[in-house]
Every structure is written in C-alpha cells, then in structure tokens.
Design a protein around this ligand. Sequence first.
Ligand code: SF4
Length: 359
Amino acid sequence: MAEWTQRLLNWFAQYQRWMPWREAPQPYWTWLSEVMLQQTQVETVIPYFKRFIERFPTVQTLAAADQQEVLKLWEGLGYYSRARNLHKAAKVVVEQYGGELPQDADALQQIPGFGPYTSAAVSSIAFGRPVPVVDGNVLRVFCRFWGIEDDIRQPQVKTELQARLEPFIKDAPPSAFNQAIMELGALVCRPKSPHCASCPLAPDCVALREHRTADLPVKSKRKPVPHYPVAVGVIWKAGKVLIGRRRQDQMLGGLWEFPGGKQMAEEPLTETLRRKIDTETGLQVRIDSPYCQVDHGFTHFKITVTAFRCEWQSGTEQPLATDELRWVTLDELDAYPLPKAAIKVSEAVRNYERMQGNA
Ligand code: SF4
C-alpha cells in the first residue's frame, strides 16, 4: 500500500464524522444516502435520511410506496428526479433482483438512476468492490495532490482520475478508501483555504509544495444562468385553492403547484397569469393583488415568482397542462409534495389569509 494511502486511512479512522448510515451499514442505506448526498450537504441530508428509513425501512417498503408519499418525504431536498428514480429503482430491485442490489458497478448501472457515480459508490462502499468514486471533493483533492491542471468541467478528467486511482484502491479496503477521500475533501481539502497543516496527504502534495492550492483545481466559469419572471395564481373558490400535479416527464414531475408560468417579453405579468390559467385550467378568474414575490434558483436558471390572489369567476377546471387538478383547503395543502417556491408561496398565503381572518 502506498504511504499516502495508509496515512489517509489512518486519518479517516480517527476523524470521520458520525453519520446515521455509517452506524450499521447495509446496501440500501448506502444507496439511499449516496443519492441524497448528491448536490446536498451531510447536515441537510441527516434528518431526511432518518425520516425516510423510518417510513421505508427496506427496499421492499419503498417499492410498495405511493410516489406521492416518496416525494412528500423528499420535499425541500431538491433535485426531485433523484426521488422518482430511487422509487422506480426500488421496484426494479424487488421485481428483477429479488430485493437485493447487485454488487457489481456495471450491473448496478442497468438500474434506473444509477449513473457512474452512484454505482461506484454503492459497489465500493456497500460491497467492497475496488471501484474509485470521483465526485467534486475527490476531483479537488487529487487535482491538488497530483498537480493536475485540466479543467474539471471536462468529463474526461473524471475518467482519467478514476483510472489513475484504480491501482491504489486495489491495494486498500475500497469502502474506507473512497469514503476517506470524500471526507478529506469535505473537512480538510476545502475549496477555499484548505487545512494543509492537518492533512495526511501534505507530505506528497504537489499543490502545497508549489504554493498552488489557490489555483487548483482549474474550473472554467459557468455561463451566467438566465433569469425568468414567473406569475402564479392562487385561485380561490368556496374556501379552497386550486393546485395541479406536474407531469411525470417534466422537471419537478409529480409535485404540485399553483397554476402559472413564464412571462413572455413585453407581456404584463397579470396578462401572463390570465393566459397561463386559461391554457392550463380553462378557468376565468379575477386577479387581485400579489401575495408575495419569491426568488428561487435551479441549476440552469433562476426564477422570480409573483403569486397573485385570484377569485374563480367561471369555467370548470380541466388539467390541460398537468396530470391532475385539485381544489384543496390550506390545511389539506400540507399533505401534498410541493416544490420550494410553492412552499414559500403557500406560507405567504397562509399568513395573509390568517391576518384577514380567512384561515
Ligand atoms: S495538502 Fe492541502 S492542498 Fe494538498 S491535499 Fe492536503 S489539504 Fe489539499
């Protein structure tokens, strides 16, 4: 075993953080935690993980669940395709693999939602297969450690690093090896001001030796993301508001939201709302004042949502752009999985209507 690998493993044994999925490791927990941890901090994931395994303690219980309940438990964690794929994958695991995840990374990649990263993580951490995991933390650590100057937005950098790590993971316990690097990236080799003085890789680190820790890894700038104004209508009829379930093939598919959509150029926001309500629900409404304005960012764009209070005037609702429409009271709304922007809107609606004595 290389000296740096031994130092890294010793460091991990001493300093790894407590995480509930590390307590009594089992493939289902490893899988679930790795999916939840994508794009998300450990501290954010822990309560979601605990709630999830309490409700769905096994792959079988998850497979048998209703998708709406899965999405509700995922609410607020973002990147909802992860939850939909996890649910789909649980069904495949139960129906095609007898409830047991395959151990091999290539076999795992046949299951929905298992990309190269999740397959490598589950195969190595849960089953001890020597497959290096390369996420953002690992890229950062090794671009510094080996002085790699390629742009880490280029996909081949990942593949090359994975190949370079293979001989090292084959000489080490794969689960601890992968987790140790990820942990080192999260705790020590931080994006800004890495704690090199307490790093087990410091004796051999190229970036430290050459005073280049601030320059590595090289990451090209992202193009600025577009920003869209969006109008939504909280339509009231007989003490209830109208929500629609987004189509499965859409972004945020399966989640519920208030009708509305993107403003077109030169279009007044109230006209946007009238157009969207008409084309999405077939209803005619009276548009009153806005309840609130909410900013929200996605990976590739940002939105500013203006939520208007509306009163139903005429028409029968038809799900013209959603899978389903429902009239619900504000209390009933709690039972539905909503995207973050809709949660913020519903909080503003509740506060306003309470102040008016309507809720
Ligand atoms: S010595 Fe510093 S730059 Fe090098 S791997 Fe460790 S923390 Fe990162």
